[in-house]
Each structure stands twice: as C-alpha cells, then as structure tokens.
Design a protein around this ligand. Sequence first.
Ligand SMILES: *Cc1c(COP(=O)(O)O)cnc(C)c1O
Length: 412
Amino acid sequence: MTQTLPDVNRDLELAGLTREYSAHNYHPLPVIAASASGVWVTDVNGRRYLDMLAGYSALNFGHRHPRLVVAAVRQLERVTLVSRAFDHDQFGPFCAELARLCGMDMVLPMNTGAEAVETAIKVSRKWGYEVRGVPADQAVIVVFDGNFHGRTTTIVSFSSDPDAKDGFGPYTPGFVSVPYGDLAAVESVFAAYGPRVVAVLVEPIQGEAGVVVPPPGFLAGVRALCTSAGALMIADEIQSGLGRVGVTFACTADDVVPDAYLLGKALGGGIVPVSAMVSSRSVLGVLKPGQHGSTFGGNPLACAVAREVVAMLSTGEYQARSAALGAVLHSRLAALPASVVSSVRGRGLWAGVSFAPSSGLSGRAACERLARLGVLAKETHGSTIRLAPPLVISEDELDWGMERFTEAVLGS
Ligand SMILES: *Cc1c(COP(=O)(O)O)cnc(C)c1O
C-alpha cells in the first residue's frame, strides 16, 4: 500500500529517507528537485533554481530539451532494449553519425563514463600486445596527477585523490602518473619504459581537479610524443567534450587530433547514460566477439537519444553559444576582486573559480550561499567551485546567475 507523505515538511521527510536508506557516498546540497526544464530546477517546495552545474556537463542541452524528449519518447514507444545479441535500427546509424562527428572510423558504445575509460584501457593494452608486440602483461599507460576518469577499481588505482583511492586496494598495476601539463615528465616516462608505453590517457582540461587548463602546447606536445613513440593518445573528453568549451572537443581548441575520444555525460542528453570510445579501425579492430561488451551498451533508447545529441551538435549552434556566452561568463568572473577570487580557469561556458584564503570562503560554503540565492553549483576541491551552466542558457539568465554569484562571494 502506498501512502502520500504530508506536504508539510515534505523536504525534511525526503531528506530523512535519503539519510536513512542511501549509502552516504555523496554529500548533497540541501535542495530536493521535483521537476526541471531548460536551465531551471524546481524543488519540492516550488522554489526555482538556476542550474549552473548541469550535471557535471551531462546536461549540456539543459533539462528535458524538447528535441531530446521527443527522440526518447518516440523510441520508448518502439523498442528500448535488445542487448547486443541482436542488431537494431538505431545502432548502425548512431555509430556512423558519432564516428562522423568525431572524424573517426568506429564507435564502441558503453553506458557510463568509467566504462568508456575501462574500454580504452583494455583496448590500448590489447593493441599494444597484438599490434605493437609489447611482451605480455608489460603495457604501461601514462596518466596525470589530479586526473578524474571514474570510480572503478582499476581507475581509482591511478587516482591521486586519497578520497577516491584509499582503502580500495589492492590496486591495478600498469599506470605511471606524472604532473599534469609537464611535457618533460611525459617524455621521461617514454624514455624509462620505451616501447612498453602503449598509451597516454589525458583529460584535455581536467574537470574534477578544478577546470585546470594545461599550458599552451602541452596537448600538441603529448600528441607529438605519442606519434613518435607509436603510442596512442587517448583524450578523455567525457566532461570537456560535446560543446562545453565552445568547440566540439577540447582537443580541437588546441589543434590536436587524438587517437581516440572517450565520450559520456552529455552524449546521453541528460536522459540516459551513454558513453563511447571512438577511434580508428586499427585500434578498435583488435576486439573480437566475446572480448568486451555491456548488456545495455548501445541500446535502442540510448542510441535514439544520442543520435539527436549528435544531430544537435553537428550544426555548431551549441558550440557557438558556449563560445559567446563563455566570454560573458569569464569577463564577469575576471571583474571580481583578487582578494576574494584568487584564480579563474576554463574555456567556454566552463569555469573553475578558486577563492583566496583571505576571503575565508570554502567551495562548499559558497555553494550553500548560492543555493539560498537560487543558483545550483558544486565545489570540486576545498576552495574551488565549478560553473558549467547548460549551453542553452540565455544571456539574461547568465547575467542573473552571475549577479547571484557576485552577491554570494562578496556579501558575507
Ligand atoms: C565524469 C567523468 C568520468 C566518469 O563518468 P561516469 O559516468 O561518472 O562514470 C570520466 N572522465 C571524466 C573526465 C569525467 O568528468
């Protein structure tokens, strides 16, 4: 029998259920969403918030974009899952359209971002053994300090964040981590491990680390080192990609073409989890039937929504919005006093904002103030918060959000 909870104190009741019955692996802000549309979220009390987090870029097109809802509903009424035991009429077109958007040959769809990263790790190791002749179990993958690639046991094995890593050993070997942005350090790994290095796995901009943009020339340098050593450059664009930085891929902003893109988050249009490794025939071609997969990977509903995402990105409209409005966002942030904001990083509609120690502001405290003022954002580490509004935000909405932001960080 179901019983409707009384509306009075409904948010307290709901928060109580969450506290009591859900594992405490998150520390959510005190906002309980009941509905959302575009850039606006409405809570259980009818209060509206401007969403400046956008699901860590999973909501690049805002909440329930009409085109994406239509694509999802239309597919819900036809077929939603067949498993990869059979083909379906959305699968081939999805792979072809995403490959074309990426300028690559082939797609391997999964669900979560972490699974796309796992796919890349498995594929680059196998490619190293079969194509490059690396001795069995000797493959090395270069990664970067401060990385965030997901939460699986293998991925946290090469995390430098104690929260993500500690207590989860024994760890998967085969990764060497060097400082982000330090090309000489990458070079020294190639020198030390020679042909055992099969891949460099890099976020073109480190999202969880606080929207850290590498020095100019770094990505091109990684590209050149990979090319001369015959190793794969794998770009984890799960957060940076699909329009967030004002172009389709953050690599493109640096004129770099990797050997593989890892995509997720926005690829599912904020509706279903969809991720993918997109690469060349020679790389993805190492997989034979039965060697890798996922029951839900590439399912009809996921493909239908992701096809619409790809269609929306193929016009360049959302990338252009991100570039234009990103300039507004960054100029508003640049105008804040250095005594409060010590640094701002980012590109397009994506910013990491660090508060000066003298401000006394923690990222968490700023986000709590913002929520009270009607803006949703999330801290990354300590004194840093990330702003990543949906790319469908209007200039007026962005202005409104930045006024609240200024009030939150200046008013005390
Ligand atoms: C979010 C993220 C992931 C992991 O994606 P999940 O869907 O949470 O597994 C991997 N890489 C980057 C860069 C991310 O931002």
